[in-house]
Ligand binder design. Structure first.
Ligand SMILES: Nc1ncnc2c1ncn2[C@@H]1O[C@H](COP(=O)(O)OP(=O)(O)OP(=O)(O)O)[C@@H](O)[C@H]1O
Length: 214
C-alpha cells in the first residue's frame, strides 16, 4: 500500500496535507496525535469514505480511486462505532461477517473457527446474547472477532483500544500481531501505543499543523 502527498480540506480549511508513506505486508503503522489533529479523517480517507483533496492511495500499484472495487474488497475498517448489529447475537454477528467475507472471496466459512475466535476473545460465554446487551469493551471484541474472520489483508483501525481494559488491549495487540504475522497490514490510530512486539511496527506522530510525512 503506498500513499503519496495525500491531503484533505474541509470547508476551505486544510485538515492534513502531504501525507506520504508505504506500508508493506507484515507492517503495523501506529499513528498518534493530539485530539483534532486529523487521525480519524486520515483513516476515513484511506478507507474511501472521504474523498482526498489531493494525492493518491495505491494498492498493488493501482490507484484506489480509479479502481475502488479491489481496494474495498481488500480492506476492513473499524471506526469509533463498533457497528455491531444490536439485535443479533454475538455469534450471529460474527457469522454474518464471516459469510459475507467468504461470499465476496468466493470461499466457504468454517463454523469451528467462529467458535475458536469467540473463545480466544473471551466471548464464548456470551455468544448467544444479543450484542446490544454487551458492554462497550465486549462489543469492541465482537467487532474484532469479525475482522479476524473476514480475512481482509488491510485493517484500518481507529483507536481500537479506546475505552478498553488492559486485558482487552492485550488481546487486540495479539490479534494485530497474528494478522500481520500472516502478511496483513495494519494502519491504526491510537492515543496509547499498542504493544505489537513481534510485528514490524512504526510509530508516527500526526501534527496539528496539517502537514505530516509519515
Ligand atoms: N464531520 C465533521 N464536520 C466538520 N468538521 C469535522 C468533522 N469531523 C471532524 N472534523 C474536524 O476535523 C478535524 C480533525 O478531526 P479528527 O476527528 O480527524 O481528529 P482526530 O485526530 O481523530 O481527533 P481525536 O483524537 O479527538 O479522535 C477537527 O478539527 C474536527 O473538528
Amino acid at each position: 500500500m503506498s500513499v503519496a502527498a495525500l491531503a484533505f480540506c474541509r470547508s476551505g480549511e486544510t485538515v492534513f496535507s502531504d501525507v506520504t508513506f508505504v506500508a508493506g505486508a507484515g507492517e503495523v503503522l501506529q499513528i498518534q496525535g493530539a485530539n483534532g489533529s486529523g487521525k480519524t479523517t486520515l483513516l476515513r480517507v484511506l478507507a474511501g469514505l472521504l474523498r482526498p483533496s489531493a494525492g493518491t492511495i495505491r494498492w498493488h500499484g493501482a490507484d484506489t480511486m480509479q479502481h475502488p472495487e479491489e481496494w474495498r474488497r481488500s480492506l476492513a475498517y473499524l471506526g469509533h462505532a463498533n457497528a455491531v448489529s444490536r439485535e443479533l447475537t454475538v455469534v450471529e454477528n460474527v457469522r454474518f461477517a464471516a459469510r459475507l467475507g467468504a461470499a465476496i472471496a468466493g470461499g466457504a466459512t468454517d463454523p469451528c473457527s467462529e467458535h475458536q475466535v469467540l473463545g480466544r476473545l473471551g466471548l464464548a460465554a456470551c455468544e448467544n446474547r444479543a450484542a446490544g446487551a454487551l458492554s462497550q469493551g465486549q462489543q469492541r471484541r465482537v467487532a474484532l472477532a469479525r475482522l479476524l474472520l473476514d480475512h481482509k489483508p488491510v485493517w484500518l483501525l481507529d483507536e481500537p483500544t479506546a475505552g478498553l481494559d488492559a486485558e482487552s488491549a492485550r488481546v487486540i495487540g495479539a490479534c494485530i500481531e497474528e494478522h500481520v504475522g500472516r502478511g496483513g497490514i495494519v494502519v491504526l490510530t491510537t492515543h496509547r501505543r499498542i504493544d505489537t512486539v513481534a510485528a514490524v511496527t512504526r510509530h508516527f506522530h500526526f501534527e496539528r499543523t496539517g502537514t505530516c510525512s509519515l
